[in-house]
Ligand binder design. Structure first.
Ligand SMILES: NC(=O)c1ccc[n+]([C@@H]2O[C@H](COP(=O)([O-])OP(=O)(O)OC[C@H]3O[C@@H](n4cnc5c(N)ncnc54)[C@H](OP(=O)(O)O)[C@@H]3O)[C@@H](O)[C@H]2O)c1
Length: 266
């Protein structure tokens, strides 16, 4: 029952997609600070390599970059092949890479649907499916392997933005999480989702000119999300403490969904 045992993740191996910045970087940092070997993937090679070097140095751990585009099935297969050339097992898969798209209802484009659904939903399914054998390797009744899917509160409540495909994709992520959880629980792999609210990132930043003061003012907790908020929840889900939580979608939003009568920018 000691904290050191309940939340211990030291010695495990994680893959965090989209780990080069934003929420993925925060999750990778939380793992590295607690003794996990972390693989991060993203498309922009220089940024990815730099981030892996920076994080390894900062936490004195092992952060390994895998340059890759997850927008296609070929990209998914390439990531699995590259990861498999380094490791023959995987303890934690964090499906974090995601894209958003905003366009007026009247002119919303097909590209805005395909790009978002392919990366946010389709790749999440195939990457999880194609890594299942590696996730099974160390999985046991006492210590299951974990898949964590990053959804969004936009998949729970109707967003105030014209992000039709994004909101639909995130609702799909939450439901896919339950379907995968049901399939994989007997293999000792737990699947859960996190639905973040606002966190500083390249996805949210441009929408508010990187000025988060209005979001902070209107958030029930009066602030934007921090690395500790998201990393803490991921560590809970990956540790002994989270081993009995299955198929859930946990909000991490300062109370927007459950403790507010207004939307996140109202
Ligand atoms: N920030 C928020 O407020 C917020 C709120 C709710 C949910 N989320 C979710 O949290 C996750 C992370 O978002 P973020 O805000 O941290 O976004 P971000 O700053 O834009 O980071 C996205 C990450 O994904 C990578 N990526 C994007 N497209 C990719 C592709 N086709 N293949 C491989 N990697 C790709 C990016 O690197 P490259 O560009 O180099 O590929 C980057 O590492 C997403 O699933 C997002 O929907 C974010």
């Amino acid at each position: 029952m000691k904290i050191e045992d309940l939340f211990k993740i030291k010695g495990k191996v994680a893959l965090v997609t989209g780990g080069s910045r934003g929420i993925g970087e925060m999750i990778a940092a939380g793992f590295l600070a607690n003794g996990v070997k972390v693989y991060i993937s993203a498309r922009k090679e220089d940024q990815l390599n730099q981030k892996a070097e920076e994080l390894s140095e900062k936490f004195g751990g092992e952060c390994i970059p895998i340059h890759n585009d997850l927008g296609t099935l070929d990209g998914v297969e390439e990531l699995v092949a590259k990861y498999s050339s380094f490791e023959d097992s995987l303890d934690f898969l964090v499906n974090n890479a995601g894209a958003a798209w905003g366009e007026p209802f009247e002119s919303f484009s097909e590209g805005g649907w395909d790009k978002v659904m392919d990366l946010n939903v389709k790749s999440m399914f195939f990457l999880s499916r194609n890594l299942t054998n590696l996730l099974k390797k160390n999985a046991s009744l006492d210590d299951p392997s974990r898949i964590i899917n990053i959804g969004s509160i936009e998949g729970i409540q109707v967003p105030p933005f014209e992000t039709y495909s994004y909101a639909a994709s995130k609702a799909a992520v939450h439901h896919l999480t339950r379907a995968l959880a049901r399939k994989l629980v007997s293999e000792n792999i737990t699947v859960n989702a996190i639905a973040p609210g606002p966190f500083p990132s390249m996805m949210l930043g441009p929408a508010v000119n990187h000025d988060y003061s209005f979001i902070e003012k209107t958030n029930p907790r009066k602030r934007i999300g921090s690395p500790e908020d998201i990393a803490g929840l991921v560590i809970y889900l990956c540790s002994r403490a989270g081993a009995y939580t299955v198929g859930d979608t946990i909000t991490c939003d300062g109370g927007i969904v459950n403790a507010s009568s207004s939307n996140w920018t109202d």
